[in-house]
Ligand binder design. Sequence first.
Ligand code: ADP
Ligand code: MG
Length: 357
Amino acid sequence: MPRRSARHAAPDRLTEFPLIRDLARRFGRTGSSVLRGIGDDTAVLEGAKGEVMLVTTDLLAEGIHFDLSTATCDEVGYKAAVANLSDIAAMGGTPRYVLVSLAIPASRSRSDVLRLYEGMMRACRPHGVELIGGDTSASRRDLFINLTLLGTAKPREVLLRRGARAGDLLYVTGTLGDSLAGLQLLTGFAGKGGGTRALVITRRDRDYLINRHLRPEARLRMGQLLATKHLATAAIDVSDGLSGDLGHLCREGGLGAEVEVSALPLSPALRRYAEARRMTAEALALTGGEDYELLFAVPPGRATALEALARSARCPVRKIGRFRPKAFGMKMVSADRALRPLPVTSYRHFNGRQDRA
Ligand code: ADP
Ligand code: MG
């Protein structure tokens, strides 16, 4: 969208059209299904026969979703792409095309933008995702990044948030809580319980946790398997935190659920980190977001097939609870078998304060 003042406010090294041409040349090469990519009024895509389109978009605001003092432009671009890829994974789809819109403050250089795209395309290329367009504006102060990702799926193989039934088992891929621990390490524990006490963990654990925060991977293959083999009845990706995202599955399905705290999948690094901080790793796993793991419902009769498939796909999965009727609510079962309400502590915008652990 043209806005004269915005366009002319951009610094010399960052002029709109040369930048777009450069981005198109470096990152905009496309295959035969893209009849027209960057450079026209719209992109033109070949319609896929017998398939539905999945469309997702995410807006990332500097200071809210990312901080360029703790992450590089490359890392921010990478993670922005993973957040969108993970949404397609949670639907069981195949990601295909991406559009990227930017509002760039004068403090950012052309090479910052190129690095952002490098990171983004590093996440996209292994999955064959092609850059087909976007929009470019100047910004008064902060950097804004909007990605729109288009994917495809067979109509009968789309995994929605609704669809689980009471009695279905609750599964999750990978491990939980690592990303939050990584964030805390990057920001010097700027959270509750954070202090000046020296933290004794190994360099290796530290690197592992920070890496999980900065370089997560979307579970695309597993999402597609769950959908095409009809193993899951509902799914979501863990972006806001387990308790919050489980809340979405419950609300959409008109259900309650119980989570076995002792069954939560925890990485050895997270356990050691939590011990060093005198916190429980389980609390980090329950509330931490941005793990980009898949949380999904499996009918009990499909559990054996699921676990065999996950083994052959080399994707760790863990049963962490089950769905219950709505009246049950959302509860956690502690190690002493006591049932307690599941605290919903995940990230919400506009709360006045950020409810992250
Ligand atoms: P419009 O005036 O219709 O917004 P633009 O001149 O902004 O058109 O865009 C020209 C072409 O460049 C379009 O194909 C658009 O999708 C693409 N484009 C613009 N900005 C970006 C960007 N940041 N990344 C990728 N493609 C972009
Ligand atoms: Mg434009």
